[in-house]
Design a protein around this ligand. Sequence first.
Ligand code: A3P
Length: 320
Amino acid sequence: NYLQEDELPQECSDVVSSLPRETGWVAKYLHQYQGCWITTRYMKGVLAFQKHFQAHHTDILLVTTPKAGTTWLKAILFALVNRVRYRPDPLQHPLLTNNPHVLVPFLDINLYTQSQVPDLSSFAFPRLFSTHLPFALLPTSVKDSACKIVYLCRNPKDTFVSLWHFTNKLRPTAWGTNSLEEAFDKFCRGVSLYGPYWDNVLGYWKKSLEMPQKVLFLKFEEIKEHPAANLRRLAEFLECPFSLEEKAQGVEDNILRLCSFDNLSNLEVNKSGKLPAGEENNAYFRHGEVGDWMNHLTVEMIEKLDRITEEKFHGTGLRV
Ligand code: A3P
């Protein structure tokens, strides 16, 4: 299902057919739309999301570069924001029986791909949604409303390695695997899902400096190193800080334990379940560590990625 190129609505196919395209990592094509590389199928959702989505001032939008740890932060956000309704309990919680992508869906990839005008009335406020779109491509109502954006990035070397593994897992066996070299060349040229990686990250980095009340910029590596401090930062940014009583009750630790790699990846739903679009939930859990790039990239690849990152982020104050 993930791989099928839907019959696009006429309006959408007119746009898509005029765009530059390259072969994709999993899907047949990636199209360059407003500077961003998007699959044919997701183009339908992106256009409908841009056209129809009306942000509510209490909405929370999680934006990430693919493979930055989206699944993890979706779980953390869901547990944090709903901690009164659902106590972060190790025996009973929606996260124990639902993959985080089901609880916090992608607007473009899921909701607006399934329907051009999806019914969002079943979402409790504050609504939690997600996307990988660059800031410039977000619908005007997201930019204009008081809704909050949480952005997550990850160092480009681990992001690339994680993406390479993930996309090879999703490719039909008959297609064979994408070689590391071929994928690396595409990633460096910016031709990766919702890439160029550097443009996506930099767009949100700049907005987080300009509008710190609106955009919170988080890094996978920092959350791994200081999970409790980052959870508190997130709670304060979302204006739902932990009370002294909650701290004394260990609510922070319970959320982090519930959302930990070990806990989530060992749940039956994430070991054997599938997402509505067909991907196996276990594809979203591999190692969840920092630095796996050392086991995959050659010295030349490391130098090249470091050089590109240095050039792109030079003078921005951003270090990844
Ligand atoms: P690796 O492939 O390096 O293991 P995304 O959710 O954006 O698709 O990113 C997937 C990456 O996040 C994978 O990285 C995956 O293992 C890791 N991940 C998933 N759940 C995690 C968790 N609870 N804690 C830490 N990392 C997690």
